[in-house]
Design a protein around this ligand. Structure first.
Ligand code: ATP
Ligand code: MG
Length: 348
């Protein structure tokens, strides 16, 4: 008898010493100041404490942008540059391109057996997306978007998921899937926690509830100073206010929401708020001061972006190295998953 064919040896990833973060963006366009407050700030803040995986989720773009895929490659590079510019350090954070990790779609397939159709139909982002896209019915792929996100998070066994308020329901579904898998098969997965920012969703410059890459109402981290000026001076404010002497409403007024978020001079914001309510300040002054605050906020981001952009091969190298590490981690997870599900036949 000849020796049995040996199965390929798994090189086990290094032992985990820190809790993990999994977070990410869809490469649907440049990142905006809403993405910054929603998640980028937390990514940068926690990168020393957590072992962070940052996923550029290109497969997720297929769910809503099937006819705009020619942009995807440029968007991927922009997304990485925007994160680098926001201070997400490639020495500390593992940048991953989703499509370079084939274990994610495999895990998505298994997870799709653990979720009912009505459960995913009830996820609130689905209704918003259908409305924004002008669709009556989702595709099978769009319906499964949050299940794919669960596979993103759990293939590296993420513990914490920094996301904006709109994605809270996706992390809740991930927890349910992890629980269900652990009960049915073996306790492999953590139940990840969402980490939401203190502030809610940042509204759009047009006054809509959410600034969005796909909504044409965003101030991008990569906008030059003149573009930011044009966008701020054209922002939606209190529509009922005609003259500077009319008392105005500050609650829900996006100009004041932005002041609260980006203006570090609290006394100035309080003074503007009072005078606005009393009809003693014009919209132009309120916007001028917001513009100054935003330019100050964006200046260091622009500077870092220019430094990174001057190194042309850098983004590709960062993504290649990070995706390789994610593949190793995900291979280990899938090894455990297949064994638990009794799918480890034929040496899988
Ligand atoms: P799209 O319109 O293409 O869905 P998006 O602007 O919603 O783009 P995503 O890539 O879907 O951006 O989300 C990236 C992260 O930014 C997520 O954590 C999401 O919750 C957060 N986020 C998106 N928009 C906002 C916002 N207006 N305020 C706060 N967080 C946001
Ligand atoms: Mg979104």
């Amino acid at each position: 008898m000849t020796a049995a064919v040996s199965t390929p040896k798994m090189t086990a990833p290094a032992k985990r010493t820190r809790k993990r973060i999994l977070t990410g963006d869809r490469p649907t366009g440049p990142l905006h100041v809403g993405n910054y407050v929603g998640t980028l700030a937390n990514r940068a803040r926690l990168q020393d404490e957590y072992d962070t995986f940052l996923l550029v989720a290109d497969h997720h773009m297929l769910t809503t942008r099937l006819t705009a895929l020619a942009e995807i490659e440029a968007n991927i590079r922009d997304d990485v540059l925007d994160n680098l510019a926001a201070g997400v350090d490639p020495e500390k954070v593992t940048y991953v391109l989703q499509s370079l990790v084939p274990q994610i779609p495999e895990l998505h397939l298994y997870f799709s057996m653990l979720v009912s159709v009505p459960r995913v139909q009830r996820i609130p982002t689905l209704k918003d997306q259908l409305r924004d896209l002008g669709l009556r019915e989702p595709t099978y792929g769009l319906l499964g978007y949050p299940v794919l996100q669960a596979a993103d998070i759990l293939c590296v066994k993420g513990d914490l998921v920094p996301v904006g308020k709109d994605q809270e329901s996706h992390v809740e579904l991930t927890r349910e899937i992890a629980r269900r898998f652990n009960e049915l098969f073996a306790p492999i997965f953590p139940e990840p926690q969402a980490l939401l920012p203190d502030v809610g969703l940042l509204p759009g410059t047009d006054g809509r509830e959410k600034m969005g890459k796909s909504l044409d109402n965003a101030i991008y981290l990569s906008d030059d100073p003149r573009t930011v000026e044009r966008k701020v001076m054209g922002m939606y404010t209190d529509p009922k206010r005609i003259r500077a002497t009319d008392p105005g409403t500050v609650e829900g007024n996006p100009v004041f929401v932005y002041h609260d978020t980006f203006n570090t001079d609290r006394a100035e914001v309080e003074d503007l708020r009072r005078r606005y309510r009393e009809g003693r300040v014009g919209d132009v002054e309120v916007k001028r001061r917001l513009l100054a605050a935003l330019q100050a906020f964006l200046a260091p981001i622009r500077e870092r972006r220019a430094e990174y952009a001057a190194r042309p091969r850098l983004v590709d190298e960062i993504l290649a190295a990070g995706s390789e590490r994610a593949r190793r981690e995900a291979a280990q997870t899938l090894h455990e998953v297949r064994a638990a599900m009794k799918l480890d036949y034929f040496g899988r």
